[in-house]
Design a protein around this ligand. Structure first.
Ligand SMILES: [Cu+2]
Length: 313
């Protein structure tokens, strides 16, 4: 058992992604990340891998230096130490080297931060509001489909459902679509987190926070509230069912969207040949942008639970 644990650790350490992912959802004794299901999660994993090698290299370098000093310069091996206290060359090196390493890390880090920030070309919007203790979802572009999503209690779990993660209403989303996520809360702080998407965004009452996702493949993805929000914090999971665009349209039409919703894109993607100025000043502001410019946008954040729409899958 111990050997197994150690070998598993070493395998993870030295071939982080050479092996197939251990889990697409949390599993007992699972280690490592869930399989990346979005371009953002892929980039986060790549950045993590890069950082891991830098950290290992630094740790090994310091370890070697320590061992060298302990062996070569202990009292027995070196009874008469030299008395100098300064060395210009070595001081310049140990000042510059960390700076170079930090710059080397900062560049991809900032690239990732800005990539993570928002999508320039949202094709649809999903509004997410955290409540004690469930999530409410709204599809403003597609007939304002609105529903609450509660965890299925352990006693009601049926075959194929996952304890603590399955919900009574899955969030159906299309694959290969830039989805703008607008996240808020109506009572206390929550955090909408889906590891496979690389999305973890605080849900703050009185404010719309923005995130985005583009799901690579159909499947069911899970997440959980990641901000301590009260006694049932652990019991407000997120369950997303990613389907093809056609299946999504069928689902949306069956739940209140109209054909018209799908003919007119919610937001025009900026034209490639448009001038830089035009791209910089979009004609239309998303609610998140408005929230950003106004600081808070308390009025547009729902404070009451809205009507529950039936979802059939
Ligand atoms: Cu919560």
């Amino acid at each position: 058992m111990k050997f197994k644990a150690i070998s598993l650790f070493l395998v993870t350490l030295f071939s982080t992604y050479a092996l197939p992912a251990f889990a697409d959802k949390p599993e007992p004794w699972g280690i490592n990340f869930q399989k990346a299901a979005s371009p953002l999660a892929e980039r986060i994993h790549n950045f993590h891998d890069m950082m891991l090698w830098i950290i290992i290299s630094i740790a090994l370098f310091v370890l070697v230096l320590l061992i060298w000093v302990i062996i070569r310069y202990n009292h027995k091996a070196n009874p008469e130490p030299r008395q100098f206290t300064h060395n210009v060359l070595i001081e310049v090196i140990w000042t510059l080297a960390p700076i170079v390493i930090l710059i080397f890390i900062a560049i991809p880090s900032f690239q990732l931060l800005y990539y993570n920030d928002r999508t320039e070309t949202p094709e649809m919007t999903l509004k997410i509001v955290g409540y004690q203790w469930y999530w409410q979802y709204k599809y403003p572009d597609h007939g304002d489909i609105t529903f609450d999503s509660y965890m299925i209690a352990e006693k009601d779990i049926t075959e194929g459902q996952t304890r603590l993660l399955s919900t009574d209403a899955q969030v159906v989303l299309p694959v290969d679509t830039d989805i703008q996520l607008l996240i808020s809360a109506a009572d206390v702080l929550h955090s909408w987190t889906v590891p496979a998407f690389g999305v973890k965004m605080d849900a703050i009452p009185g404010r719309w926070n923005e995130a985005w996702v583009r799901i690579n493949e159909p499947g069911v993805y899970y997440g959980q509230c990641s901000e301590l929000c009260g006694k049932d914090h652990a019991y407000m999971p997120i369950e997303i069912k990613a389907v093809s665009k056609e299946d999504y349209k069928t689902w949306a039409l069956a739940n209140g969207a109209t054909q018209e919703n799908f003919e007119k894109p919610a937001l025009e993607a900026p034209q490639e040949e448009a001038s830089a100025e035009a791209v910089e000043a979009p004609a239309e502001e998303t609610p998140a942008q408005e929230a950003e410019t106004q600081g808070t946008d308390a009025e547009s954040v729902p404070t009451e639970q809205t009507e529950q729409t039936q979802t059939t899958l």
